[in-house]
Design a protein around this ligand. Structure first.
Ligand SMILES: Nc1ncnc2c1ncn2[C@@H]1O[C@H](COP(=O)(O)OP(=O)(O)OP(=O)(O)O)[C@@H](O)[C@H]1O
Ligand SMILES: [Mg+2]
Length: 449
């Protein structure tokens, strides 16, 4: 509605009321339609959108209250204002209970009605703005699979509690676990969401370059500084600064960064002016920073300054319940992008995905699924399409005992693990009944978990 005139419908069985109100509101800049009965009003609403309905209560046939109920069923967002003679105030009260915006008692001052309509339109505008805002935030928000694991739920809870604050966050996890994703999510869920999110990879740049990347430089401050340039800290003003691989910052830059974080001001390289900046810091590391502090490669004061609130993302192999939801998410995504009619993973492919250790975590899983879709055009993804091989050789040496019993024991254990020790599910997959499975478990000394 924000960019167009609000639309208004006047419903009254008396022609002169319709006509006078219509000309009044048309002059006020509204787009006005009229209806002489509830039935006609509903017919109009079936054809087009109306923002506000002003209806008389007492009308032959369908009364105002009944009309309101019908409208509520069709479009609960339509604002309804009732007009009533003194005699039917109790009906008006009932209408309010059922969601009418307001009512006026006849005879009323048209100014008064104008005011009520204006307020109603303001309410609609706010609501629409709210929806638009939510859509924009959804656009900013990264795509994230929540998964099934308790670990990931915990991570997302921590994100929800820290995002609205300005607290510095340290995201820790192995490579490919989703540290950057979580940093983006924190930004998107923060009041700074409409401000910039500026990312700096502290590990990829040499000392001099990183320094001018972070703080900017004045013209002529070093050879090659042909013009003045703003640094990332300055560019993050009003938003979030994401310092990726913070553990890799060279000592000299550590000192300067600490000063900037404490004073909330920066000085460009070669400059003297102190520039105030307002940003929130999210850092990420896959290094053990405590150890770096002990070794003396990372300043303890900077460590304390940035290590206020930690979010640890466990490696994928420690939250195996997330493997299939993430794999299926990427399957859908890549299949749509490549136009593949792939239906899912075969049971054997699932098994392989579930038992693999994913040293490259979610990134490796996403790449494996993408690769599978390149070679698989339709039907199910089979293990041979996946660029991974069964593991277990290193951590779980294949026993020499090849007797049927030993093989059966290993197989039962594997299926139990796959099904999280859910006896019903495991028995079903093994093609035996639960009692038989229990007996075999007892026989082979497999304990329930
Ligand atoms: N829960 C998840 N849902 C959907 N995608 C995910 C999830 N976790 C990670 N990813 C995806 O996995 C990839 C790697 O994530 P990201 O770059 O955030 O990892 P990282 O921890 O920053 O890795 P590195 O340490 O190597 O920089 C990205 O494509 C990211 O979108
Ligand atoms: Mg990263």
């Amino acid at each position: 509605m924000s960019s167009r005139a609000p639309s208004l419908m006047i419903v009254d069985d008396e022609l002169h009321v319709r006509e006078s109100l219509a000309s009044w509101f048309t002059e006020d800049g509204y787009e006005v339609v009229t209806a002489s009965s509830g039935k006609e009003a509903l017919a109009i609403l079936g054809r087009r959108h109306i923002d506000v309905v002003i209806t008389d209560i007492k009308m032959p046939g369908m009364d105002g209250l009944e009309l309101q109920r019908h409208i509520r069923n069709v479009d609960p967002d339509v604002v309804i204002i009732l007009v009533t003679a003194y005699a039917s105030v109790s009906t008006a009260v009932q209408a309010l209970k059922e969601g009418a915006y307001d009512y006026l008692v006849k005879p009323f001052d048209p100014e008064e009605l104008s005011h009520v309509v204006e307020k109603a339109c303001e309410k609609i505008r706010l609501k629409e703005e709210n929806v638009a805002l939510k859509q924009r935030i959804a656009g900013i928000s990264p795509e994230i699979v929540e998964g099934q694991s308790r670990e990931m739920r915990r991570v997302l809870e921590l994100v929800d509690s820290v995002a609205p604050t300005d607290t510095t966050v340290m995201v820790r996890g192995e490579s490919g676990t989703g540290k950057e994703l979580i940093a983006r999510l924190i930004h998107a869920k923060s009041p700074r969401a409409f401000g910039p999110l500026v990312a700096v990879n502290c590990g990829a740049l040499s000392e001099g370059v990183l320094e001018s990347e972070l703080f900017g430089h004045e013209k002529g401050s070093f050879t090659g500084a042909t013009s003045r340039r703003k640094g990332k800290l300055e560019l993050a003003d009003g938003g979030t600064l994401f310092l990726d691989e913070i553990g890799e910052i060279p000592p000299k830059v550590q000192v300067e960064l600490l000063r900037a974080l404490e004073d909330h001001t920066i000085t460009r390289v070669g400059g003297v002016q102190e520039i105030p900046v307002d940003f929130r810091v999210v850092c990420a590391t896959n290094r053990d920073l405590e150890e770096a502090v002990r070794e003396g490669t990372f300043r303890q004061d900077l460590y304390y300054r940035i290590n206020v609130f930690q979010i640890d993302i466990p490696p994928l192999r420690e939250r195996r319940e997330d493997i299939m939801p993430i794999a299926e998410h990427f399957l859908k995504k890549f299949a749509a992008a490549m136009g593949r009619r792939v239906t899912g993973f075969s049971p054997e492919a699932r098994e392989l995905l579930m038992q693999y250790d994913w040293p490259g975590n979610v990134r490796e899983l996403a790449n494996a699924v993408e690769r599978a879709l390149v070679v698989c055009h339709e039907g199910e993804i089979k293990p041979e399409f996946l660029p991974i091989r069964p593991q277990g050789s290193a951590s779980e040496p294949e026993p020499d005992d090849l007797s049927l019993q030993a093989v059966e024991r290993r197989h039962i254990l594997k299926v139990l693990e796959l099904e999280d020790f859910n006896i019903t599910h495991a028995a079903k997959r093994l093609g035996i009944d639960r009692v038989t499975l229990y007996n075999k478990m007892r026989k082979y000394g497999i304990e329930r978990r």
